[in-house]
Design a protein around this ligand. Structure first.
Ligand code: 5AD
Ligand code: SF4
Length: 473
């Protein structure tokens, strides 16, 4: 292979080596699945740029193709396999092309991915990205390379992400990694390992740097942000008396104080862990957006128990009440799984009735997909026929569409503060941006520019988008 690394005698310093590895080679990165994966890809790009790789948006001119993958549902894995097929011809024409699978699917399948997908050279789990330069040089020397070691410490706190496909205004900041919750349907604890929180000072430093480079919104990311803890053990006891302790409410306050013009969002909250302290901090700072994504998964307590979610329907409704009391203008969204193992019609109807009570602003809904190794796969039968799962999903979708439209209609005639993110998808003459509640607004751009906070009078809407005009710049 032409880019094989030769260690020059007496010149074996890491920088020289690193630059030789990537020298004149282009990296093409594609991300699938959750926001965390997109954020991880920015870490991967950073690690490889240190080794001299440039990035490209065109897969055809790439020397290294990496897919950062998702395992959450079977369909997500199928999408990646189909995508790999698309690179087969390129690999045949250019055998030195390196094709790698990163992320959850790499972690779940490990070496078997190499056996099943012959064109893959590289399999790297979410905690092994620092090893990518070494692994690529192994591939360069003609071997296949795998590193799927999970870590209890790795948070990539010191890695300065390369913002990929960025609009220059909104960015993700990972505040923790992994998940210890073991929801019975979920593969994430197996693919992303044990939960660990990132040093709060490095989080605040990243937020400051983003603000100073013109960014105006950060989304703090974790599988369960409410269990963020620094220098606190799981019982909430202090680990080191000489160090400060920080929980999620306090972390949010620290980031909110970076600048009042920096908006804060966060995802994902967990109903069993979300405290009133978090809600009070949201109420105290106008730059923390009034939007909470609080996945319910099911509206029936028996199903929730089988899902190992750690709360009941009543507990969840109480948390919603707390949001509505402390943050009366907050928008709430959720995740719902239809057709979990042995879910009855009555249990499904409990989900529909809960939706009608809460009237979510937005919901992501899925039908249950059995995942290898999960508690549900080991303990329960995936016994709801696909057509029943799909019909239940349709019922959830219809209710949600009506609720989303209802929420958007309530904005008509009102003025909303919008942070401009960039051109709208349909027309260059229009900009788009979101209000605090995360509703997307499209309007004629006038003299404004991305990053501006502007007031928009809402005049029309669909279930997905608000339309309006600028009333004040
Ligand atoms: N099948 C269907 N949906 C799932 N989710 C997680 N695991 C599964 C699964 N096995 C959904 C949950 C979670 C969201 C990210 O994906 O609703 O909140
Ligand atoms: Fe999966 Fe539950 Fe962890 Fe979310 S909280 S990542 S659903 S195990």
């Amino acid at each position: 292979m032409e880019e094989k690394i030769i260690i020059p005698e007496n010149q074996g310093n890491a920088t020289v080596l690193a630059e030789q590895l990537g020298h004149s080679r282009k990296l093409y990165l594609e991300s699938y699945g959750c926001q965390m994966n997109f954020s991880d890809s920015e870490i991967v790009a950073s690690i490889l740029s240190e080794s001299g790789f440039g990035t490209t948006k065109n897969s055809e001119e790439a020397d290294v193709i990496l897919l950062n993958t998702c395992s959450i549902r079977e369909k997500a894995e199928q999408t990646v396999r189909n995508r790999l097929n698309a690179f087969r011809k390129q690999k045949k024409e250019n055998p030195s092309l390196v094709v790698g699978v990163l992320g959850c699917m790499a972690e779940r399948m490990k070496k078997t991915l190499l056996d099943e997908e012959k064109l893959v050279d590289l399999v790297v789990g979410p905690d092994a990205y620092r090893d990518l330069p070494n692994l690529i040089s192994e591939v360069d020397s003609g071997q296949k390379a795998v590193n799927v070691l999970l870590s209890r410490e790795e948070t990539y706190a010191d890695v300065n992400p390369v913002r990929l496909g960025s609009n220059g205004i909104t960015a993700f900041i990972s505040i923790m990694r992994g998940c210890d919750n073991m929801c019975s349907f979920c593969v994430v604890p197996f693919t992303r390992g044990r939960e660990r929180s990132r040093n709060p000072l490095s989080i605040v430093a990243e937020a400051k740097e983003l603000f100073n480079s013109g960014y105006r919104e950060v989304t703090l990311l974790g599988q369960n942000v409410d269990s963020y803890r620094w220098n606190l053990n799981k019982k909430g006891e202090v680990e080191d008396e000489n160090q400060p302790t920080v929980n999620f409410a306090q972390l949010m306050e620290m980031v909110a104080k970076v600048d009042s013009k920096l908006r804060i969002r966060f995802s994902t909250s967990h109903p069993k862990d979300m405290t009133n302290d978090v809600l009070h901090v949201m109420a105290k700072y106008s730059n923390i957006c009034e939007y909470i994504h609080l996945p319910v998964q099911s509206g029936n307590s028996e199903v929730l128990e089988k899902m190992n979610r750690g709360y009941t329907r009543d507990w969840y409704l109480e948390r919603i009440e707390a949001i509505k009391t402390i943050l009366p203008n907050a928008a709430i969204s959720t995740d719902i799984i239809c057709g979990f193992c042995s879910e009855t019609e009555d249990q499904h109807n409990d989900t529909l009735s809960l939706m009608k009570m809460i009237k979510y602003d937005f919901a992501y809904h899925f039908f249950y997909s059995e995942r290898p190794k999960t508690l549900a796969e080991r303990k329960y039968e995936d016994d709801i026929p696909v057509d029943v799962k799909k019909r239940r999903l349709r019922e959830v979708t219809e209710i949600q569409r009506a609720h989303s439209l209802m929420h958007n209609q309530k904005y008509i005639g009102k003025v909303q503060e919008i942070l401009i993110e960039g051109p709208s998808r349909k027309s260059d003459a229009q900009f788009c941006g979101r209000n605090s509640q995360n509703a997307m607004v499209v309007f004629d751009r006038g003299e404004t520019k991305p990053g501006d906070y502007i007031s928009v009078l809402i005049e029309d809407c669909t279930a997905a988008t608000l339309f309006g005009s600028i009333v004040e710049n």
